[in-house]
Design a binder for this molecule. Structure first.
Ligand code: ZN
Ligand code: ZN
Length: 321
């Protein structure tokens, strides 16, 4: 039993398709069958990979917080539109988008969410939040698709360019608040990409904190104080080092490892942040390095366990909490 939150009731179900590569994680299936938590809010891990190369085992970074029937999308890595469909949510209903930072594993499907959501019949405004130059990116995306967009409009799609409202954010602040959710940002450590953000979502019955991409960052713990679910990025540094020394990614290992250590988080350090935050559950997503076969869950859990005693889940695409 977790203090204040029963783990069996927290994890609601697991998308079986997302698990097939890994042979399933039976205990979560069993927990889902017990009935689950009756609540207004859920977290869906759409994509749990890290880094820009397409990954056969995991889709690129994206998450949904769903309150009642309203989805809030956090990041839009490649494959996000398909993963939204796989999760059972209509992309036409995605009208709030939050970008943590401008790396392609978080943004490659940003424009596609705007475009394909319109094609799926989206009505009304879309609010997109993220670091500069999100406004310019949005305008240039529309320039790129203008010929197809105009043809679609001739074929009956509602004009939608003016529906998109971009909100650039540059600091730690309350980013958005409506009747269902309050979203707060914090600056994180991901140089040279700046600003880069973590986000906290407070709904009527759940708090979920996303680290975004970051090196060890105590501001994530402050943002996530007493959070129900801390979704933290993770890079297994020892396995990454081994992988690079064997020639993975065709890169000079020394500078790349320095970059990884400064701008990403080891499982040990993620465990420290979870304890500092008093998080009720630690969920790893944005999981690296990418290897074939994937790194066993135990490699992440055992390392994080050195510093965090609560439940730890190594995320899979389409897991629902
Ligand atoms: Zn990333
Ligand atoms: Zn990044």
């Amino acid at each position: 039993m977790i203090k204040g939150l029963d783990r069996r009731n927290l994890i609601r179900s697991v998308g079986a398709l997302g698990l097939s590569y890994f042979g399933g994680v039976g205990k979560y299936d069993a927990i889902g069958q017990e009935g689950g938590r009756k609540s207004r809010s859920k977290l869906i891990l759409l994509g749990t990979s890290a880094g820009s190369p397409p990954n056969p085992f995991r889709s690129a970074c994206a998450n949904l917080v769903v309150v009642d029937d309203t989805p809030y999308l956090i990041d839009c890595g490649a494959g996000t539109c398909r993963q939204i469909a796989m999760s059972g949510i209509s992309i036409a209903n995605v009208r709030h988008i939050f970008i943590t930072h401008h790396h392609s594993d978080h943004t490659a499907d940003y424009g596609n969410v705007l475009q394909l959501g319109a094609g799926a019949g989206r009505l009304g405004r879309v609010d997109a939040f993220g670091p500069p130059p999100l406004q310019q990116m949005t305008e240039r995306f529309f320039d790129m698709i203008r010929p197809e967009m105009e043809n679609r409009i001739k074929d009956g799609v509602r004009p939608y360019e003016k529906d998109i409202h971009v909100h650039e954010i540059s600091t730690s602040t309350v980013v958005h608040q409506d009747a269902l959710v309050k979203v707060t940002s914090t600056l994180v450590e991901h140089l040279p990409t700046y600003p880069a953000f973590g986000y906290r979502f407070d709904t009527p019955d759940l708090s979920i904190t996303f680290s975004g991409d970051t090196g060890y960052c105590e501001d994530v713990a402050r943002l996530g104080k007493d959070t129900d679910i801390l979704v933290h990025e993770v890079q297994h540094m020892t396995i990454m080092e081994e992988y690079l020394r064997k020639g993975g990614r065709n890169r000079d290992p020394a500078p790349f490892l320095k970059h990884m250590r400064e701008t990403h988080t080891s499982p040990e350090d993620a465990g420290k942040i979870a304890t500092m935050a008093n998080a009720k559950m630690l969920v790893f997503s944005h999981i690296g390095p990418q290897t074939n076969p994937p790194i066993p869950d135990a490699a992440f859990i055992d390392s994080a366990r050195l510093h965090y005693s609560g439940p730890i889940v190594v995320g899979r695409d389409l897991m629902v909490f």
